[in-house]
Design a binder for this molecule. Structure first.
Ligand code: SF4
Length: 317
């Protein structure tokens, strides 16, 4: 049966995710995952969270899914050593060199090629499998035929994101926020923390969601206002077909949502997956769509507020 995975932005969220029925939770290490520090954890919080997951017989994945500078590699290896010594076996990575090195040094660990890898077809999946990935995260525009081929031909685990919206660009390939605001600092351990570049371990300001002006040939006159497309994908309707396709992991995104909302989302998807797997022939999706409508409006409310805050933050000097 497909594993249900959700995000743990704080130790409290880790508990909510696991207590509400997720099989696994992922967390980011400060400066090493694609979020701002507020939704990442220090090493001790990661270890405590892993212990909690293990006490329930569940799994904690640690995200190091940014592109490290060469001089940060020893720090990455030291952290992975620390976490594997404490029994953590699952890591989310983007950098190909880091995948090769970790799979060589720590045999038996599970390497999840992050959404930041922009894996959109079976060839991409082969590439990351050969680099050491045991599971890949599908880019949100990947279709069912590619998924089927990855399951049957590539033979690597497949994870899909649900309950989120597409990036205007391909996930993992966006540099837009860096043009509006960039800041970085080096912490006491020597890790560089970026704002304005999710790929380097910082924050996306969601600037694609601002209103854009298209100007004429003179470079000044406003011709039209544009809103770039930002669509939801892998909706509730898709869950049965994802399960039928043999997807290994269904991942709910949303480290920045409130803990009660994350708990509610996990409860919903747990019940939905169990209901479908329990009795596929009499399963009907409509009642689930109605239940989901309330969650979506709560989620959209939180997301809109966060997006407005991020866009205005991007304009601060
Ligand atoms: S700016 Fe928009 S397209 Fe770029 S990473 Fe952020 S949400 Fe995605």
């Amino acid at each position: 049966m497909a594993e249900l995975l959700a995000s743990g932005g704080t130790p409290e969220m880790v508990r909510a995710v696991l207590d509400n029925g997720a099989d696994a939770v992922y967390v980011g290490v400060k400066g090493w995952s694609r979020r701002r520090a507020q939704y990442e954890m220090d090493d001790d919080q990661v270890l405590v969270s892993a212990e909690y997951a293990s006490s329930l017989g569940k799994v904690l994945r640690v995200a190091f899914n940014t592109l490290p500078a060469s001089r940060e590699i020893p720090l990455l290896l030291a952290k992975v050593e620390k976490f594997t010594s404490a029994g953590i076996r699952d890591f989310i990575l983007t950098d190909v060199g880091a995948m090769r090195e970790l799979s060589r040094r720590f045999p038996g660990i599970q390497i999840h090629a992050s959404v930041g890898c922009t894996i959109i077809n079976p060839d991409d999946a082969w590439f990351y499998k050969e680099a050491g990935a045991t599971q890949i995260v599908a880019e949100c525009r990947m279709g069912p035929e590619e998924m089927r081929r990855i399951r049957e031909e590539v033979g690597v685990g497949l994870e899909v994101l649900v309950h989120a919206t597409t990036c205007y660009t391909l996930l993992g390939r966006c540099t837009m926020s860096s043009y509006t605001r960039q800041e970085w600092r080096i912490d006491a351990e020597g890790k560089n923390h970026f704002l304005g570049s999710p790929n380097r371990g910082g924050l996306c300001y969601r600037v694609c969601l601002a209103e854009w002006d298209r100007v004429g040939e003179d470079g000044e006159t406003e011709v039209e206002r544009l809103v770039l497309p930002n669509q939801a994908y892998f909706l509730v309707d898709d869950i049965p077909s994802l399960i039928d396709l043999g997807v290994d992991t269904i991942k709910i995104q949303g480290r920045e949502y409130s803990v009660p909302l994350v708990g509610r989302m996990v409860r919903f998807y747990r019940a939905l997956i169990d209901a479908y797997v329990g009795d596929r022939s009499s399963f009907r999706i409509d009642p689930w769509k109605e239940r989901m409508a309330g969650i979506v409006s709560a989620r959209d409310g939180e997301r809109l507020e966060k997006t407005a805050g991020l866009i205005s933050e991007s304009l601060m000097s």
